[in-house]
Write a protein that binds this ligand. Sequence first.
Ligand code: ZN
Length: 156
Amino acid sequence: MKQTLQMRKIQDKMAPGVITRDGFLGEDRRNLVDILTQDDGTVRRLGYRHQDIAMRMVELRDAGMAGLGEFIDVETRFEVRVDSVRGKLPCPFGDPGIFPKTNTTVRNKTLGRELTFTDLHIHLIGSHGFYEGQGSAFRLDPEELIAILEVQKAVE
Ligand SMILES: [Zn+2]
């Protein structure tokens, strides 16, 4: 797919030092449209929608809030910790609103694996299908998200 001028402008905002110190793309030199297309293909191939993943992230974050910054058991198979960090971030895609820098860590006890995401990640995935560039320290791999969070497929 072709990168539009609008996509180019969004990608500029993802560079280091514009919205966040490290930016959203890591070492990824591909056009944003190609990053989005590849991750969209992965999620579709596995039979999910970006919204299913984002909804699961919200569900686990909300359940973890009760721990007030400590790990708590959620659904017996998970431990979740929600840390509120001062500050808010805007979305690089330019829609209105800013997102609290809340960090949610989910440990899947069955798999022995964990990952951490922010409220902005939830928005970027649910609204834009964006998981950050390859090599970004904050990239969330869609296959890992689906496995670790045990995302359920939407009922047709
Ligand atoms: Zn957005």
